[in-house]
Design a protein around this ligand. Structure first.
Ligand SMILES: [Zn+2]
Length: 62
């Protein structure tokens, strides 16, 4: 699972060359911010679930 402020890797890297994104909003839509260039992308949760590869850094350790 993932939660707000987690850093995740997507199946496809961002065109800027980086592939680490921070989850900055969670709801019906999920907003992620590229940790390299700051580009923000909003995806419906279902699509995010399909495109997310793994959590790199978990905000809450539990
Ligand atoms: Zn980027």
């Amino acid at each position: 699972m993932y939660s707000l402020n987690d850093v995740v890797m997507m199946k496809k890297a961002h065109p800027c060359g980086a592939n680490s994104w921070k989850i900055i909003r969670m709801g019906a839509d999920i907003k992620i911010e590229c940790q390299n260039c700051g580009h923000v992308v909003m995806l419906p949760r279902r699509e995010f679930d399909k495109k997310m590869k793994k959590v790199i850094e978990s905000a809450n350790e539990d």
